[in-house]
Each structure stands twice: as C-alpha cells, then as structure tokens.
Design a protein around this ligand. Structure first.
Ligand SMILES: NC(=O)c1ccc[n+]([C@@H]2O[C@H](COP(=O)([O-])OP(=O)(O)OC[C@H]3O[C@@H](n4cnc5c(N)ncnc54)[C@H](OP(=O)(O)O)[C@@H]3O)[C@@H](O)[C@H]2O)c1
Length: 274
C-alpha cells in the first residue's frame, strides 16, 4: 500500500507505473481523479464507486480522493443531493494558505489582501463534484448533472477552507428541512468502524457567526465538515456556509480514510481486487 501526495505532473506518470508494479496506491493528487476507470472517493458519500477498480495484471490499483475544496463541499451537499436533487449550485471559497502547498503565495502577498484566483481550482470544483455525486450504473459513473459555478479565493488563514454555497434544490425544501437532512446524515460506512472516520461527518452549528476557521477546523479531529447559517436564498432557494480542514479531511486524512475503507472491504490482501 502506497500513499501518494505528489505534485500532479509527477503523479501523472509515476502513479500508473506503481500500479503496474502491483501496488495499491491511494492518492491525494489531482492527476488521475477524472479518469473514468479510477474511483474518486469520499467513503461516507460514494464508497460504491470502488466498483470502478480495474486492477493491473500485477494486482495494483489506484484510488483517489478529491481536491481539498471539493471534499468539504461534496460531503456537505451529498445528503441534499441524495434526498432532494441539486439542480444548480454556486460556491465562493475562502481558502487557507496551507492549501497552496510549499509553492504557495509569499506572506507579503496575503497581508492586507485576498487573491481572487487559484490556478485550476474552479474547474475542479465544478467537475469533481459531479463525479463524486454521480451514480454507479452498469459499471460506470453517470455524472450528477449539477450546474455548478465556483469562485475561488486565497485568504490569509493558515488551515481550513470556508465556503459560501447557494443551491437550487428540487422541491424547494425549507432551511429547516435542509438542516434536518444534514443533521441526520451518518454516511454509508458508519458501521465499518474505520479508525479515522469521525462520529459525525457533518456537524451543524446554529450560532449566527459560525463556522469560523480558527474555532471549528479541528471538529472531529479535522475530519468533520462544519455547516452553519442555513437560510433562504432569494436567488437559488437555500444557502449555507461550510468549513472543512483542507490538510486533514481535504488531504492526508481523506487519503488515510480511503485506505481504511479498502482494508475494511478486503481489497488490500494479495489479488483481492482482481
Ligand atoms: N495542501 C493541500 O491542502 C492539498 C489538498 C488536497 C490535495 N493536495 C494535492 O496533494 C499534492 C501535494 O500537495 P502539497 O500541498 O503537499 O504540495 P507540496 O507542499 O508542493 O509538496 C509536494 C511534495 O511532492 C514531492 N515531490 C515533487 N516531485 C517529486 C518526485 N519527482 N519524486 C518524489 N517526490 C516529489 C516534493 O518533495 P520535495 O519537498 O523534496 O520537493 C514535496 O514533498 C498535490 O498534488 C496537491 O494538489 C493538496
């Protein structure tokens, strides 16, 4: 079992070579997330997508986790898509500095400033969301068909991506119905006892000024998405704020949870995925 957190251009060639050599690779890199035969997985949301696995001759395979901003968004809106169906979604992100990795903006670029551009980020939000929330049909993922639009910003917080989301849902449910749906959600794998899985994948806060990165990013040891300010949206129907720890749930913690899911499904024993 190999964990990959390589830069995408490096992962693009190296990860398939490791798969060919017989390794199970769980990756945080974006290089292969969109490939139709590679699962893009958040265990609580779409563990069934592991059925896409097509092991190489030596038994290796690749499983990916989403972009850090997509992870929080997809986890928080998955129960709403499942229960009501999301037609349109607009998201504006306030993304922390650690999400940019070692080559991120210099400190001086972010003092007294917000950078309204993150290279390649908006298309990832718009596309990965539709793959994760897509349905497995006939051995393929049929994409969710949500018309999603993203605005991404780099801000001066250290960890934790805050996202402001407006949605048009089928049936136009009330904020109370939306809140109840999120509160009830435990996810598909809650009975597996995965060590890194939080007790509650989504926590809803009622205080009018939450979630906040400094106060809420460590909820569930950084594996819980915190949602707040669920209210009516005059433009699309309902809106909310969400916060997800980009370096835990959105990166290393998400990758680890995927490996734990593979182990629980018996896919890490020799030849098991064949
Ligand atoms: N930061 C986040 O919140 C986050 C969230 C989700 C996904 N991701 C994705 O995760 C990956 C890593 O992100 P990061 O923020 O940790 O980036 P990073 O700080 O730039 O780290 C990249 C790492 O890759 C290593 N590397 C580069 N080329 C290599 C090679 N040829 N062989 C072996 N190692 C090599 C680098 O090693 P050296 O230090 O020796 O150069 C460095 O440790 C990226 O694909 C990123 O898109 C990041």
């Amino acid at each position: 079992l190999l964990f990959s957190a390589l830069d995408s251009p490096v992962a693009h060639d190296l990860e398939p070579a490791l798969v060919e050599a017989g390794f199970a690779v769980v990756s945080n890199s974006s290089a292969h997330r969109e490939a139709s035969d590679i699962p893009l997985v958040i265990p609580e949301v779409n563990a069934d997508h592991l059925a896409l696995l097509s092991p190489a001759a030596a038994g290796g395979f690749l499983v990916t986790n989403p972009n850090c901003s997509v992870t929080g968004l997809a986890l928080a809106v998955a129960p709403l898509h499942r229960r009501f169906g999301i037609r349109r979604l607009v998201v504006a992100t306030l993304q922390s500095v650690s999400g940019a990795g070692a080559s991120g903006p210099r400190a001086m670029e972010l003092v007294d400033n917000v950078v309204p551009f993150i290279d390649g980020e908006e298309p990832k939000l718009e596309s990965e969301l539709n793959k994760i929330l897509g349905r497995l049909e006939g051995g393929r993922v049929s994409r969710a068909g949500i018309r999603a639009s993203a605005h991404c910003h780099r801000v001066a917080t250290l960890d934790g991506h805050l996202e402001a989301v407006s949605m048009e849902l089928d049936g136009n449910p009330s904020p109370e119905e939306v809140r109840g749906t999120l509160e009830e959600f435990r996810g598909d794998v809650c009975d597996l006892g995965l060590p890194s899985a939080p007790e509650r994948p989504i926590v809803v806060l009622d205080a009018p000024d939450r979630p906040q990165p400094r106060l809420d990013r460590d909820c569930g040891d950084g594996m819980t998405v915190v949602v707040g300010r669920i209210r009516s949206c005059p433009a699309l129907g309902v809106k909310l704020e969400l916060l997800s720890h980009n370096a835990v749930r959105g990166a290393a913690g998400g990758t680890l949870l995927n490996a734990e899911l593979l182990a629980a499904r018996g896919l890490l024993t020799e030849g098991a995925a064949a």
